[in-house]
Design a protein around this ligand. Structure first.
Ligand SMILES: [Mn+2]
Length: 485
């Protein structure tokens, strides 16, 4: 019975993935047009050192369209074809390679997972492209099948659509841009177009299947955050909390972290992406944990900040209350028709007034608050933790994002101000408050799914208010000895 039930559950989940990605491709095909050949490549593997690679992570857009996390995978869409509008190129099977690196998907398995029925070998891809871009048949794609594209090519108005979105500004050329140049050099009769805007628009609104994964990713991450809270105590090291968080995620089936866990105590709470986690915590410290998991390629994003001894100081409470109030106000603004920009504006207003009341700025209407609130309030989440989409997009049900105001009081923020007369006057006025609160960094971050009834706080299970946090911290079993380890 139990085995049967498990098998049925895993089969229906595979069906749900296959149905989801098949529907996504159908929507993309409808946007592309019949004169188009669309190509999406998998992510390359990345070397960690010598012959060791980083854990492989599929390109988000390719995963979005296929559900396939295997290297050397290429998806081709030909919307004008009579029947075979979708073709998948998969890495060639190779028994000796599979002995080292793991089993590769068979064509049947690739079809079952992705719903793409035409599966060819990756080694055939170059010949396939040469045939298509010169109007010749290749395997099952003959002249009748591809007539719409071949006609467009002969008329010089075919399109080859790629995911050309720029990488980081510092990257010279993405592999996709290099590929586009090669195609232009070798073949003619088409224009290269960028399909990225279509993918961005589609990825912004999560499908029902994606929403179930997102909810689960947040549930697991919430349990992990609580495990972190229970592992924190004076004399423990930051890495012990990090290990507790990541163990809780992995043991619940998460693939990995959604981003490297940020676990910083004391002055490290003011470093936005603190990477080290080597410090020994002390009574009186705050601990900031920004950590969440990747569950089946869906990410969440949660941050909590709490006192390692279980009790906030008066100064810590003062800053915490501002950030919490900003988050509450932002949450109220997270409705359909609003935008991430508007959410940020609401949160910023609370932050401005709170900082002014504590003497940390002198003008709540100015940009002074940016010395202490050094990032935005929200970003989309999804396949990527900082998922695609602009902050000005009108929010609608199915969109998912974070709400994460934060304040980071650092003496260096004053020390690095240009010594203008205005700044010198500002420094003189706020230095006492900065001294009082220096070293306090607080961020409160939840993962939000906007559904038809309003914003849902997917990470609500993690204590967030001061009484909730202090109550949970009472449940810790703190070691009685604090001998060095
Ligand atoms: Mn975030």
């Amino acid at each position: 019975m139990v085995l049967m039930a498990a098998l049925t559950a895993s089969l229906s989940r595979a069906d749900a993935l296959s149905d989801d990605v098949t529907a996504k491709r159908a929507r993309l095909v409808a946007k592309l047009g019949r004169d188009t050949l669309f190509i999406a490549h998998s992510a390359p593997s990345r070397v960690y050192s010598l012959d060791v690679n980083y854990e492989y992570h599929q390109d988000s857009n390719l995963y979005y369209l296929t559900g396939i996390a295997q290297e050397e995978t290429i998806l081709v869409l030909m919307p004008g074809n009579t029947t075979r509008r979708e073709i998948l190129f998969m890495r060639d099977r190779d028994a000796s390679r599979e002995h080292w690196d793991g089993t590769l998907l068979s064509p049947e398995e690739a079809t079952a997972r992705s719903g793409v029925t035409t599966v060819l070998r990756a080694s055939q891809f170059d010949d396939f492209i040469a045939a298509m871009l010169t109007g010749r048949r290749f395997g099952p794609i003959d002249e009748g099948e591809a007539r719409a594209f071949f006609t467009a090519l002969a008329n010089g108005n075919a399109r080859v659509s790629l995911l050309l979105s720029p990488g980081r500004v510092s990257d010279p050329m993405t592999p996709e841009q290099t590929f586009a140049r090669t195609l232009r050099d070798r073949y003619a009769g088409f224009q290269v177009t960028d399909a990225t805007p279509h993918l961005v628009a589609m990825r912004l609104v999560k499908t029902p299947y994606e929403q179930t994964l997102l909810v689960r990713a947040a549930e697991i991450s919430a349990a992990a955050q609580i495990a972190g809270m229970l592992a924190a105590h004076p004399a423990a090291y930051e890495y012990e909390v990090k290990a507790a968080i990541e163990a809780a995620s992995r043991s619940r089936g998460a693939i990995s972290w959604a981003y490297p866990s940020i676990v910083g105590s004391g002055p490290n709470t003011t470093i936005l992406h603190y990477p080290d986690s080597r410090r020994q915590m002390q009574s009186g410290d705050l601990l900031l944990t920004d950590a969440a998991c990747n569950y089946d390629y869906m990410t969440s994003d949660i941050t909590r900040t709490y006192p390692v001894n279980g009790h906030f100081t008066v100064a810590q409470k003062a800053i915490y209350d501002i950030v919490l109030a900003a988050q509450d106000e932002a949450f109220k603004a997270a409705t359909a028709g609003s935008s991430l920009q508007q959410i940020h504006d609401k949160a910023s207003n609370v932050i401005r007034n709170g900082l002014f009341a504590l003497g940390l700025i002198t003008d709540p209407k100015s940009d002074q608050y940016r010395m202490w609130f050094t990032h935005g309030t929200s970003h989309y989440i999804g396949l990527d933790v900082h998922d695609v989409g602009a902050n000005t997009v009108k929010l609608e049900p199915g969109m998912a994002f974070t709400i994460e105001p934060g304040l980071y009081i650092r003496q260096s923020a004053l020390d690095t101000l240009p010594r203008t007369p205005e700044n010198l006057a500002l420094i003189e006025k706020i230095q006492p408050a900065v001294t009082k609160y220096a070293g306090i960094g607080i961020r409160i971050e939840d993962s939000i799914l906007l559904d038809t009834t309003g914003p849902r706080r997917l990470s609500a299970a993690v204590p967030r208010t001061i009484p909730e946090i202090e109550a949970l911290m009472q449940q810790r079993t703190v070691p009685s000895t604090t001998a060095p380890r």
